[in-house]
Write a protein that binds this ligand. Structure first.
Ligand SMILES: [Zn+2]
Length: 398
């Protein structure tokens, strides 16, 4: 994804804001309908049904009809995708769009490729019903399948192009790699390589902490508070950019080097969801500890490491060469003899088999199990070997 700063004229800005408003309206309408339908037992209306309803709504409301149908339909499509992602377990439940909060809309298809280079520093993009909007060329504009236009809190406009990467041909060596997405390192490969996703430097992290403390002291609605918030958002954006670059680099590298890439079948969102409060029955109104703080740290680690993004990019680049392996007990099972016991895991970093004495980095040991596509269950001395094509049958969900 590559992002550029957009420089609309005041008239274009007004038109862009209208698009944002319409996209938000349509999204919220679809969400309202979806939440009502899911409470009943009937199937939810699909995209086609919602499109018909959109046509009706456009006929009824002048202000909606004045807007771009492309933008409004895309908001519906985006919503359908969000629902799919939610049921697929990779994303949170779709939520309400609020005015002034992450405003934006998306354009997909041929219209997304209407970009004209004007000179070395500037290009223009033809936005439906808005016209040619100037964008500052900070790098080459990719061959895009879609773009999203957004306005940030500081009222700056950006355009982000999404290019589906060219598939990378398999090397044809028959080599298989297992990728374990760890906490202490970002990823461990069955080859023994440990990969760390770059985040913020120590200095940047200190600065972030200072800013967050300052934010807590700022008066609501003050300029100081707004400036502090912007500075925090900037640091987060920097970390996000680094993570994205890293994901691109690693996914390309893996797709080039290996014929088959096996990853854990982990439901990232389930792991990062907030733990439920546990009411204390002895003390009404009080709650038992639910390890929320510990989990918050873990969640941050998982999200910071960008697991979901990695798998998506791998699937784009190594088409049909990514396999998800059920991850139960991969971290407790010895990759040398197959003995599975929690005692094998000496610490976060060290694996030592109590049966055969095999000593390894804990994440690499798990990656080797994943590479083998092994289904393992607890307390089994010889886990059943499963042929790569079949679904593991004895895997228990952790
Ligand atoms: Zn062993």
């Amino acid at each position: 994804m590559s992002r550029f700063r957009l420089y609309p004229t005041p008239a274009q800005e007004a038109a862009l804001l209208e698009h944002c408003k319409h996209a938000r309206y349509v999204w919220n309408l679809a969400l309202e309908q979806w939440s009502m339908w899911t409470r009943g037992q009937r199937p939810t209306p699909g995209f086609a049904a919602q499109c018909r309803q959109l046509t009706e709504a456009r006929a009824a409301f002048d202000w909606l009809r004045a807007g771009s149908q492309t933008v409004q339909q895309q908001a519906l499509r985006d919503f359908q995708q969000a629902v799919k992602n939610f049921f697929g377990g990779t994303h949170r439940r779709p939520s309400w769009r609020k005015a002034g909060h992450r405003e934006g809309f998306r354009i997909v298809g041929l219209q997304a490729s209407r970009v004209a280079k004007r000179n070395r520093k500037w290009a223009e993009v033809n936005v439906p019903k808005v016209g040619w909007v100037r964008l500052r060329l900070s790098r080459a504009v990719p061959d895009a399948k879609s773009y999203r236009i957004t306005r940030d809190r500081a009222h700056r406009w950006h355009i982000a192009f999404t290019a589906i990467p060219q598939p990378i041909p398999a090397p044809g060596t028959g080599e298989v790699v297992g990728v374990d997405r760890g906490i202490t390192v970002s990823a461990a490969l069955s080859t023994g390589e440990l990969l760390t996703c770059p985040g913020l430097s120590d200095r940047e992290r200190d600065r972030l902490k200072r800013l967050q403390r300052r934010l807590a002291r700022c008066r609501r609605g003050s300029n100081r508070r707004r400036r502090t918030k912007d500075a925090i958002a900037k640091l987060h954006a920097r970390a996000r950019d680094r993570r994205k670059d890293w994901v691109e680099k690693i996914s390309t590298d893996l797709a080039r080097r290996f014929d088959l890439i096996r990853v854990e079948d982990l439901r990232v969102m389930q792991m990062t969801r907030r733990p439920k409060p546990i009411p204390d029955h002895d003390r009404p109104g009080a709650y038992l500890p639910n390890r929320r703080r510990a989990k918050a740290g873990l969640s941050r680690g998982i999200l910071a490491n960008g697991w979901g993004e990695m798998v998506v990019r791998l699937q784009h680049k190594a088409i049909g060469r990514v396999e998800k392996v059920k991850s139960a007990y991969t971290s407790q099972t010895c990759s040398a003899c197959g003995y599975c016991a929690p005692e094998n895991r000496k610490s976060q970093a060290i694996f030592r088999c109590v049966a055969c004495g095999h000593l390894a980095n804990a994440d690499v040991n798990a990656a080797v199990n994943i590479a083998a596509g092994r289904a393992v269950s607890a307390r089994q001395e010889t886990p059943p070997r499963v042929s790569p094509k079949r679904e593991p049958q004895h895997a228990t969900s952790a």
